[in-house]
Each structure stands twice: as structure tokens, then as C-alpha cells.
Ligand binder design. Structure first.
Ligand SMILES: Nc1ncnc2c1ncn2[C@@H]1O[C@H](COP(=O)(O)OP(=O)(O)OP(=O)(O)O)[C@@H](O)[C@H]1O
Ligand SMILES: [Mg+2]
Length: 241
């Protein structure tokens, strides 16, 4: 579904941040991107989303070349949902208004149908749909960002640290929601995460980045099970669970 080949990208006239990255992700698959702070994870996601234009390499979605297609067109014509790392919830708008921002291109009937389906799916939001988003907890805000991306009916979902700043309990809720989307919608999900162990728990495959390159790629279960990999790439001590 997503195929990125030999991507080089950076900002302005600065040096390349991504120095030749290739990656793929299929339908009904969660692929997680791991790696230390500043290694280029968000830049990679922004490049695939179309916020940053690659300087070299190619990106295709379902075989269609989208290398130079900007984000707004990817959302409109290529069924992409992107949830950035920085909070993009508008505190002064209600929960419902925030979600409907993602549905501007839909006809009224379709919009209402999908909104109702999301309310069924996320009771935490349904109970607060007319409240200002500023009254939500961190986890609820993450779910809200996700719901806003989902209302447009994406086939590809790009998530940048969906569990950032969440308590372990909320983190599990958010990850459960993401896993459920893959299974029920057959979506292709590319997810950057700091919480490597948790992310690998729901992911199918992983790419570990280092200094703008892919240092390794593996099945998530293999990465979780290999003690050397755990120590080397996930930063943690090896411990029984
Ligand atoms: N808008 C920008 N303009 C210039 N440089 C940037 C910009 N955004 C990121 N960078 C630089 O690109 C490099 C990679 O940043 P990026 O945000 O992709 O890392 P990351 O892996 O997502 O890090 P983190 O885990 O902290 O989110 C860093 O050196 C950063 O300073
Ligand atoms: Mg980042």
C-alpha cells in the first residue's frame, strides 16, 4: 500500500535529515517506526504525508506515484489520515466540532453517518461531544485527533507518537483503539512511537531508524523476543514479563 524508496529529505536548504530510507507497509498492517530522539522519525512521516517534499527517491500509494503530492491532496484524493506529533486539537471548539473539521469534504448525510459511527466506537468522546475540547484529558485528546483523521474514511493512517504523554492505562486504550482500526477496517497504519515495547505489542513489523537511515527492520514479534535487540535498540534491560 505504501512504498517509499531511497528517500532523502530535509528542511529548507539544510543538510539531508533522511539519507536514503526505504520502507513499505501493507493493508491490514501496523508498521511502527522506532528510534532515538532526533533520528528523523517525524520527518519521515511528514515526508510520506506530504508536508515535506522528498529531495530524492519515490513514494507510491497502492502503486500510484505520490512523491510530489502535498498533504491536502493526499487527504482528499489518496485517502490518507495524518495525526501529527504536536497536539492539533482546538481547545475552544467542542469535541464534535473538532471531529467534523476532518469531514469538510463529505456530503451532509455521509458526515452524519460517520460521526454517529465514531460516537459508537468511542464512548469517551460521545459523552463529551458538546463539551469544549479543552476539558479533555490527554488521552481523550489523542482519541479525538484519531477520530478527526478517521471521519474522512482513510485507507492509510499516519500516526506520530499517539501515546505521547499518556498514563499506562490511557496508552493501552489508545493502542487498543489503533489495533481495532487495523482489524476492522483493514487499514494500513504507519505509527511512530517512543514506547517501543507497547508499540511492538500491537505492530506487525518495525523499522528502527538511526541518524536518518533504517538501522534494522524486523517482524515486531521477533524484535520483542530477541534479547540482544531489546537491549541494543529498545534501550531497556532484558527482563522477564
Ligand atoms: N521544521 C524543521 N526545520 C528544521 N529542522 C528540523 C525541523 N523539524 C525537525 N528538524 C530537525 O530534523 C532532525 C530530525 O527531527 P525529527 O523531528 O524528524 O526527529 P524525531 O525522530 O521525530 O525525534 P523525536 O523522537 O524527538 O520526535 C532533528 O535534527 C531536528 O532538529
Ligand atoms: Mg518526532
Amino acid at each position: 500500500m505504501i512504498e517509499a524508496k531511497d528517500i532523502r529529505a530535509g528542511y529548507g536548504d539544510g543538510a539531508d535529515i533522511l539519507t536514503g530510507i526505504s520502507l513499505s507497509a501493507d493493508r491490514r498492517e501496523i508498521v511502527t517506526i522506532l528510534g532515538p530522539n532526533g533520528c528523523g522519525k517525524s520527518t519521515l512521516l511528514k515526508t510520506i504525508a506530504g508536508y515535506v517534499r522528498p529531495r530524492a527517491g519515490s513514494i507510491t500509494f497502492g502503486g500510484t506515484d505520490v512523491t510530489a503530492v502535498p498533504i491536502h491532496e493526499k487527504v482528499r484524493h489518496h485517502k490518507v489520515g495524518y495525526v501529527p506529533q504536536t497536539d492539533n486539537v482546538f481547545g475552544t471548539l467542542t469535541v464534535a466540532e473538532n471531529i467534523l473539521l476532518g469531514a469538510r469534504q463529505l456530503a451532509k448525510a455521509e458526515k452524519e453517518k460517520r460521526f454517529a459511527a465514531l460516537m459508537d466506537q468511542y464512548p469517551a468522546l460521545a459523552g463529551k461531544k458538546n463539551r469544549k475540547a479543552s476539558a479533555l484529558s490527554g488521552g481523550e485528546r489523542q482519541i479525538l485527533s484519531l477520530a478527526r483523521a478517521l471521519i474522512a474514511g482513510p485507507e492509510i493512517l499516519l500516526l506520530d507518537e499517539p501515546s505521547a504523554g499518556l498514563s499506562p492505562l490511557m496508552m493501552h486504550e489508545v493502542f487498543d483503539a489503533i489495533g481495532a482500526i487495523r482489524d476492522s477496517e483493514g487499514m494500513c497504519i504507519l505509527m511512530v512511537e517512543q514506547n517501543a515495547f507497547e508499540a511492538l505489542g500491537i505492530a506487525d513489523r518495525a523499522y528502527v531508524l538511526s541518524l536518518g537511515q533504517v538501522a534494522m527492520t524486523a517482524k515486531a514479534s521477533d524484535l520483542l523476543e530477541d534479547p540482544a535487540m531489546r537491549k541494543l535498540y529498545l534501550g531497556g534491560e532484558v527482563h522477564a514479563e
